[in-house]
Structures are given as C-alpha cells and as structure tokens.
Design a protein around this ligand. Sequence first.
Ligand code: FES
Length: 163
Amino acid sequence: MSAIVLGAVASIVPVAAGVTALLDPLRKKETASAQVFVTRLSAVPEDGSPKKFTVEMDRVDAWATYSNTPVGAVYLRRTESGDVAALNVVCPHAGCFVGLAEDKARFGCPCHNSSFDLDGVVNDPSSPSPRDMDSLAVDVRNGDEIWVAFRNFLPGRHDKTPV
Ligand code: FES
C-alpha cells in the first residue's frame, strides 16, 4: 500500500513542476511604471510649446514578447525653468485623447470639451474632467535622452489611480 502512495507522489511531483513552469508567464505582471525612452531633447520645441510623441514599449503577454509596440502618447514641453514636463494625452474624464489647440496655448478634449492649460490644469470650470491631465516623471539622461515614467490612470476619478 505504501509503495502505491509513494509511486503516486513520485509521479505527481514532476507533473506539478511541469504545470507550474507552463503557467509561469501567466503569473508575471508588467512592471507598474516603466521608464521609457521617448525622444531626444532636440525634438522638443524650444519655444515651450507642447509636442505629442508616441510611447513605445516592449510588451509581454503570457508567452510572447512584442518589440516597440505603441502603448500611448505623451505631450512633452520645455518649461520656463529649463526642465521637460510630460503629460499623458489621455483625458481623465473618459479616456479620449486630448488635443492641442491650434494656437498651442491650451489643450482641449474633443469628446466632452474639457479644457486644460499647458501645465495640464483644468482651466474651465465647465470642464467635466474630474482632475488635471496626468503628469508623468521625466528623466533627461546623457544630456539629451528623454525618458518618461509612462503609465495610465483610471479615468472618471478625482485621484490618480494607476491602471
Ligand atoms: S473624455 Fe475628455 S472631456 Fe470627456
């Protein structure tokens, strides 16, 4: 009888190890906020006007890796203090892409007319957006590489809740 139990245990262990290895990719989660190279400083207008850039990352699903996949976009702008500011283009109201006005003096959302100043602050009390545009941390490396801590946040909330 004990030989049967030992035999059963001996056969279950390798099967369990195989199943664990097979399902391992499903248990891995993407990093919450990845620093992503977006562009070079020379590509950001020197006059302080914002410019939109696509954000590309390597994406990993359960078993495959996809290189340089577009995952979103940011507005980059040189500030008066000489830093670079980044705003996620996704509107905090319901997730549409915010556009830049023709005069490049404000942002506007085409879906329900939320309006933001160039710092991403809601500048019209009738705007339905519950919060300002989502700012993202910027790191300038090697003098001209702009890296952004890119992530998305839940729309429709007053607080910035990461997706
Ligand atoms: S999604 Fe932008 S105002 Fe509604």
